[in-house]
Design a protein around this ligand. Structure first.
Ligand code: MGD
Ligand code: MGD
Ligand code: SF4
Ligand code: MO
Length: 715
C-alpha cells in the first residue's frame, strides 16, 4: 500500500467498508496481511450487511487493487493550453491553494464574460448521497448555473420516468430482495444479473429451488438466462411488441385481477386498445417468438400466486425505453402482482449509489428529495434550507449528453467532471471528444488520469471509497452508512472538501461550511423532508444502529418502507396508471448498408468505463480486450479465419474488435462490451438518439455493417 494512505490512529481490524462497484453494495472487511500478494491486505465478505451476507463477486474480491494503485493521482496536476486548444504537454504538479485559486479565478472570468450558465457540472452515481447532494447545491448556489447533470442519465433515467408515470414515485425495487424467494414466477427482462449483480443470484436460485418459474428476455442467452426455465431471445427493440402480446393474452383470456385493476389502477381501456392488434400468432410472424411460448408465459405469470418482473438497461437504454418499461409494469398491475409479499416490479439500479444519486439534486431538473426544480413550493423549501432567496436558484438545465451539444455550440465554456468518465461512456464518443476540445476550462476530479482528463486543464486527486465516510442507497432503496476505512492521502482533500474550498473562493463559502459528511447528511435530510424521497427520519446514528433503512422515512420514529404500494400508489388519486403502449421504432433500423444491429453492455469482470477495473490485474487477465459476440451465421458469411478480427462500422464511426462466435446471440445482433476507451471504444459507434422525455441515449440499438479484417492486415 502506498505509504500516504493509511488507517486512522487507533484503528481496530478488520476495517469495514462496502465494495464501490455495483448497486448490491456488498459489505467488505479488510485486514492487513503482509503475506498477501499485491497490496498487503486481505479482503473478505462481511457477515454483517443484510444484503449479500458473506458473498462477494470477482470485482469485490479485487476491489482494493485500483484504490491502492500506483496510478492514483496524488497532487493537483496542471497543464498549459496552446492556441490550438489543449496542449499535448506533460502534467505538472501544483499545490492545492494554487490549483483552487486558479480554477476559481477562471470560473469567475468565464462567468463575467459569458454569464453564470457558461459553467457546467457533470456528476456520477457512484458517489455518496452527501456528495451528490452537495454537487447540486454547489451548481445552483456557488456557480449559479442551470447546467448540471450526471451519468445516471445514461443509466436509470428511462426506468425512473416510467416509474414516476406509473406509480408517481421512483424507487428501483418496490420490495426488499429477500422477497424474491417467495415469488413463484419471475420475469427478467434486459437484465444480466449473473454478471452485473452476481451476489443477487442466490435470491433467484432460492426462488427456483422453491419452485419458481424463471423467464429471461434478452437477445443473448446470457449467463443469467442459463438459470431460466424459458429464455426468449428477441431482437433488440422488440420488448413492447412482445409485452403487448403478453397483455393481449391476459386480457383476451380474462386472466387479469379485475378487482385490483378496478380498485387500484386507472387506464385499463387504454391498454385494451393498445394491445388489440397484437395477437400472439401475429407477433410470432413478426418476431419469430412462438405463439405457444407467448401464451405460456402470459398464463404462467398471470395465474401464479406471486410474481415479480425485473428490468434493467437492456430495454431501458433505448429511445422507447420508458414505454418498454411501462409495458412491463403493466404486466404487474394487470395481474395484481404488486404491493404484497413475493410480488412487485423492479428496475435493477446499476451504480453503487445509482438510487440515491438520482434523488438529491445532481439532475438537471431536480432539487433534493426528488423534487422538481420547476415547482415554486419545492424551490421555496430547498432555498429555505440553504438560506438563499428562491429567486436566485436557476431553472432546469439539459441532460448529460446534451451538455456536450451546448459545449459544441459555445454556450458552455467550462466543465467540472466529478465521478464520471464521459469520453468513454457517452454515446457517439467522437462527437463528445470534439466538443471537449472547445472548452476554455476543464477540471476533472478523479482517482486517475482518464480518457476524459485527456481534455482537462486541471486534474485534481479525488478520494476513493475507502477514504470517505458517507451514506449510499442500494438497489432496494435501503439507505446505509459507509464508514471511512482509511485516512485520506497525506495532504489530500476529500471530494466534498474540494468543492467547499472552491465555494470560499467563489464568494459562496458561507453556505458550505461543514464539519464533515454527517453535517451534510443532516442538511440533506432536512432538504428532502416532504419530498418523494424523504430521508428526514434518518440520522447517522440510526443508520449505523439499524444497518440501513428503506426510504421513504419521513420521521425519526418511522421504521422505513421495505415494501411499497401496500395501500396506495403515489398519484393524487392513490391509483397506479396503466398506459397503453404503441410500440415505436428504434432511431435506426437496418438497411442494405447497415444490415446488422449492435447492442452494447457489460461483462462480469469490468466496471463501466473501466477506469478502475482496467487497472486491476486480476480482472484484466479475464478480459484484456472487448470481445464482440457474433452469431455463427455471421461468422460464416464473413468467412472468418484464424486470428482474423472484425471491423464494425456504424453511421458515426468504425472500430476493429476481436470476436467470439456464439449461437447464444440473436442472429441479427452483435454484442460488444463498452468498458474500454481509445481504439477499443464501442461508443464511437453508438447512436446518440435520445428518448424524448428521459433523454436516455439509445446505447442498445445501432445499425451496423460488419467486415472481416484479415489477420495480417493492419487495423
Ligand atoms: N460486471 C459489471 N456489473 C455491473 C456494471 C458493469 O459495468 N460491470 N455496471 C453496473 C451498472 S451502472 C448498471 S446500469 C448495471 C447494468 O446491468 P444490465 O442492464 O443487466 O447490463 P447490460 O449488459 O447493459 O444489459 C443487460 C442485457 O440487456 C440485453 N439487451 C440488449 N438489448 C436488449 C433489448 O432490446 N431487450 C432486452 N430485453 N434485452 C436487451 C443485453 O444482451 C444484456 O444481456 O450493471 C451494474 N453492474
Ligand atoms: N455503450 C454503452 N455505453 C454506456 C452504457 C452501456 O450499456 N453501453 N451504460 C451507461 C451506464 S448505465 C452508465 S452508469 C455509464 C457510466 O459510465 P461512467 O460515468 O464513465 O462511469 P465510471 O467508469 O464509473 O466513471 C467514474 C469515474 O469516476 C472515478 N471515481 C470513482 N469513484 C470516485 C470517487 O469517489 N471520487 C472521485 N473523485 N472519482 C471517482 C473513476 O475513477 C472513474 O473515472 O456508462 C454508460 N455508457
Ligand atoms: S456484487 Fe456488486 S457490490 Fe457485490 S462485490 Fe460484486 S460488484 Fe461489488
Ligand atoms: Mo448504470
Amino acid at each position: 500500500m502506498p505509504d500516504d494512505i493509511r488507517e486512522p490512529e487507533g484503528t481496530r481490524f478488520p476495517l469495514r467498508s462496502h465494495c464501490c462497484f455495483c448497486s448490491m453494495q456488498c459489505g467488505i472487511e479488510l485486514t492487513p496481511n503482509p503475506d498477501a500478494s499485491g497490496n498487503g491486505w486481505t479482503v473478505k465478505a462481511s457477515q454483517d450487511f443484510p444484503v449479500a451476507t458473506g458473498r462477494l463477486c470477482q470485482k469485490g474480491f479485487n476491489v482494493l487493487e485500483h484504490a491502492f494503485h500506483p496510478d492514483r493521482i496524488r497532487r493537483p496536476l496542471y497543464r498549459e493550453r496552446t492556441t490550438e486548444g489543449l496542449s499535448a504537454g506533460e502534467w505538472s504538479p501544483r499545490g492545492w491553494a494554487v490549483a483552487l485559486d486558479d480554477i476559481a479565478d477562471r470560473i469567475k472570468d468565464i462567468q463575467s464574460r459569458y454569464g453564470a450558465d457558461a459553467v457546467a457540472m457533470f456528476g456520477g452515481g457512484s458517489l455518496t448521497n452527501e456528495l451528490c447532494y452537495l454537487m447540486g447545491k454547489f451548481a445552483r448556489v456557488a456557480l449559479r448555473t442551470r447546467y448540471i447533470d450526471y451519468n445516471g442519465r445514461f443509466c436509470m433515467s428511462s426506468a425512473a420516468a416510467a416509474q414516476n408515470q406509473a406509480f408517481g414515485i421512483d424507487r428501483g425495487l418496490n420490495f426488499p430482495l429477500d422477497e424474491i424467494p417467495s415469488a413463484r414466477y419471475i420475469i427478467l427482462a434486459g437484465t444480466n444479473v449473473a454478471e452485473c449483480q452476481p451476489t443477487m443470484m442466490p435470491y433467484l436460485l432460492a426462488a427456483k429451488k422453491q419452485g419458481a418459474v424463471i423467464v429471461t428476455i434478452d437477445p443473448r442467452n446470457s449467463m443469467t438466462s442459463k438459470i431460466a426455465d424459458i429464455h426468449i431471445r428477441l431482437q433488440p427493440g422488440f420488448d413492447s411488441v412482445l409485452t403487448n402480446a403478453l397483455l393481449h393474452v391476459i386480457l383476451e383470456e380474462k386472466l387479469y385481477d379485475s378487482s385490483f385493476v378496478s380498485d387500484r389502477t386507472s387506464g385499463l381501456d387504454e391498454v385494451r386498445e393498445a394491445v388489440k392488434d397484437f395477437p400472439p400468432a401475429q407477433v410470432e410472424r413478426y418476431t419469430g417468438i412462438p405463439e405457444e411460448v407467448i401464451r405460456g408465459v402470459a398464463r404462467g405469470f398471470a395465474r401464479a400466486e406471486t410474481g415479480i418482473v425485473l428490468t434493467a438497461r437492456g430495454l431501458e437504454q433505448q429511445i422507447n425505453g420508458v414505454e418498454h418499461t411501462l409495458n412491463y409494469i403493466n404486466l404487474c398491475l394487470l395481474t395484481g402482482k404488486i404491493g404484497r409479499p413475493g410480488c412487485g416490479f423492479g428496475t435493477i439500479t446499476g451504480q453503487a449509489n445509482g438510487q440515491g444519486g438520482r434523488e438529491h439534486g445532481q439532475k438537471a431538473d431536480q432539487l433534493p428529495g426528488y423534487r422538481s426544480i420547476e415547482d415554486p413550493e419545492a424551490r421555496r423549501h430547498v432555498a429555505g434550507v440553504w438560506g438563499v432567496d428562491p429567486d436566485t436558484l436557476p431553472g432546469k438545465g439539459v441532460s448529460a449528453y446534451e451538455l456536450f451539444g451546448k459545449i459544441e455550440s459555445g454556450e458552455i465554456k467550462a466543465l467540472i467532471v466529478l465521478g464520471s468518465n464521459p469520453v468513454v461512456s457517452s454515446p457517439n464518443a467522437n462527437r463528445v471528444k470534439e466538443a471537449m476540445q472547445k472548452l476554455e476550462l476543464c477540471v476533472v476530479i478523479d482517482l486517475f488520469e482518464t480518457e476524459t482528463s485527456a481534455y482537462a486543464d486541471w486534474l485534481l486527486p479525488g478520494s476513493s471509497f475507502l477514504e470517505t465516510e458517507g451514506t449510499l442507497t442500494n438497489l432496494e432503496g435501503r439507505v446505509f452508512h459507509r464508514p471511512r476505512a482509511l485516512d485520506k492521502p497525506a495532504g489530500g482533500m476529500e471530494d466534498y472538501e474540494i468543492l467547499c474550498a472552491l465555494t470560499e473562493r467563489l464568494g459562496a463559502g458561507e453556505y458550505f461550511r461543514y464539519t464533515g459528511s454527517e453535517e451534510i447528511f443532516n442538511e440533506l435530510a432536512r432538504a428532502s423532508k416532504g419530498g418523494k424521497a424523504d430521508y428526514s427520519g434518518l440520522t447517522y446514528e440510526r443508520l449505523i444502529r439499524e444497518k440501513g433503512l428503506f426510504w421513504p422515512i419521513p420521521s425519526t420514529d418511522h421504521g422505513g418502507t421495505p415494501r411499497m404500494f401496500e395501500q396506495s400508489f403515489h398519484h393524487p388519486d392513490g391509483k397506479a396508471k396503466l398506459r397503453g403502449i404503441k410500440p415505436g421504432k428504434p432511431a435506426e433500423t437496418t438497411d442494405s448498408a447497415y444490415p446488422y444491429l449492435l447492442t452494447t453492455g457489460r461483462v462480469g469482470s469490468h466496471y463501466l468505463s473501466g477506469a478502475q477495473t482496467r487497472r486491476t490485474e486480476g480482472l484484466m487477465k479475464k478480459n484484456p480486450v472487448p470481445l464482440a459476440e457474433i452469431h455463427p451465421s455471421l461468422a460464416e458469411k464473413l468467412k472468418l479465419g484464424l486470428n482474423d478480427k472484425i471491423r464494425i462500422a456504424s453511421r458515426r464511426g468504425s472500430a476493429v474488435f476481436t470476436y467470439k462466435i456464439t449461437s447464444d446471440i440473436h442472429p441479427t445482433t452483435v454484442f460488444v462490451p463498452f468498458h474500454w476507451g481509445g481504439e477499443q471504444s464501442v461508443n464511437v459507434l453508438t447512436s446518440d438518439a435520445l428518448h424524448p422525455i428521459s433523454r436516455m441515449p439509445e446505447f442498445k440499438i445501432s445499425a451496423i455493417r460488419v467486415e472481416r479484417v484479415k489477420a495480417a492486415e493492419p487495423s
